[in-house]
Write a protein that binds this ligand. Structure first.
Ligand code: GLV
Ligand code: MN
Ligand code: MN
Length: 411
């Protein structure tokens, strides 16, 4: 097979698919709501799986709902895989995840049109519940795929609305017959929007992603005593709302004092009975801590739990917690990182190496094969927001780097 280095993807076709998928579950402001395993997710899955079949891929759905389309190579064996996810957060944009899947489909169509067959097979995948916004942990489908979470445990997971992964998969018809973890993967590459400000601020087109920072998600539950907001002296309160807010405030203080890459977020909080004149007897809230350095992340966790225990004791409330997700930092395969960087340069793009602040399916695939990622700029670093935007020339550049990275790996 002789592959022209002039081979390029069709940016208009990629944009048209992004727009069509973005219309599924569209919400005000140009964003998308396709929480995992909802009716909207099913409609998105049907659309993308239909495109996979139109492009001649043989499509399988596994028991956790991962969808994989394989394009035959000149030789049989483990495919080089590209992919990502198509579920979104409730207030998501059109690019997060979608770009990696549709960029990979655009690569397939480009090869089909050029009549080129790679030596190794190629595969395009979209993994179930990458976001973790409805079911914890995030990156669930890829985690099951690589054997990091037993299928039964994943299927039994109950989401924020009380429904289980297993029931929802059945309901949307994506409880597939294929065994999880098939096919074996020769190498994995994921194209994704950066979702942070680095490339946009520096005016750089391509990020060669060196790894993904560690993620620690904890849910705290505080049990206090409800009483009258007007008559209960401050010293006699057992206020669950106060304790939740104090811990939330301290999470930010931990990030401030540790500095560097440490981030901390309290993104979900529920008070009961949630009334203006009633002291809350219950608070349930989440803390998301992340760092590229595992030791510092562990230090942040220690500080958080120590403070939480202290403030709960002082207020006379009960405190419990459970881990929703915990992943150590991941370093991508140096050969793949170098290849992404060299390919971007060869195609004439500015490129820099950087870590990922967000979690990605690629960090799970890295457990079973050489893996890496290609980032393109997110305007103003905005993501998990309907305003998420990446300009078409950057989408095009990213998909072309994906094309030539896959070709090199599939040689
Ligand atoms: C997944 O998208 C995450 O990083 O929260
Ligand atoms: Mn994503
Ligand atoms: Mn996301």
């Amino acid at each position: 097979m002789v592959i022209s280095t002039e081979l390029r993807i069709d940016a208009k076709r990629l944009a048209a698919r992004l727009e069509a998928l973005g219309a599924v579950g569209a919400i005000a402001g140009g964003g998308v709501c396709r929480l995992a395993l909802t009716a909207e997710d099913r409609a998105g899955r049907d659309l993308v799986a239909g495109w996979m079949r139109e492009l001649g891929l043989s499509v399988t759905v596994d028991a956790i709902g991962n969808v994989i389309g394989v394009r035959e190579g000149l030789e049989s064996g483990a495919p080089v895989m590209a992919g990502s996810h198509i579920d979104t957060v409730r207030t998501g944009g059109r690019y997060d995840g979608n770009l990696g899947v549709l960029g990979a489909l655009e690569v397939i169509q480009t090869l089909n049109d050029a009549g080129l067959t790679t030596r190794r097979p190629l595969a395009v995948a979209f993994f179930t519940n990458e976001e973790g916004a409805r079911f914890n942990p995030d990156m669930m489908g890829s985690l099951v795929y690589v054997g990091g979470l037993p299928l039964d445990e994943a299927l039994a997971t109950v989401g924020i609305d009380g429904e289980s992964v297993g029931d929802c998969l059945k309901k949307i018809g994506y409880d597939g017959p294929a065994p999880c973890g098939q096919p074996e993967v020769h190498a994995y590459v994921e194209l994704h929007v950066e979702q942070g400000p680095v490339l946009d601020l520096d005016g750089i087109t391509i990020g060669a992603v060196e790894g993904v920072q560690g993620i620690s998600w904890t849910e705290f539950a505080v049990l206090g005593v409800s009483n009258h907001a007007g008559t209960t002296p401050m010293r006699l309160r057992h206020d669950a709302g106060y304790v939740a807010c104090a811990i939330a405030n301290h999470a930010r203080e931990i990030a401030r004092s540790l500095g560097g890459d440490q981030v901390a977020t309290v993104g979900a909080i529920k008070l009961s009975p949630n009334l203006v004149n009633v002291i809350a007897n219950q608070a349930v809230f989440t803390v998301d801590l992340r760092n590229t350095d595992e030791a510092v992340l562990q230090d942040a966790e220690r500080r958080l739990h120590a403070f939480a225990a202290e403030v709960a004791k002082a207020e006379g409330v009960e405190l419990s917690h459970r881990s929703l997700a915990r992943f150590e930092p991941v370093a991508f395969n140096p050969h793949v990182v170098n290849l992404v960087e060299a390919t971007a340069r060869r195609l004439g793009h500015t490129v820099r190496r950087l870590p990922s602040g967000a979690g990605h399916d690629a960090q799970m695939l890295a457990r079973i094969c050489p893996a890496g990622m290609i980032f393109v700029p997110s305007v103003a670093g905005i993501s998990h927001n309907v305003k998420e935007f990446t300009a078409l020339p950057d989408l095009e550049a990213g998909a072309n780097v994906l094309l030539h990275t896959l070709l090199a790996l599939a040689k």
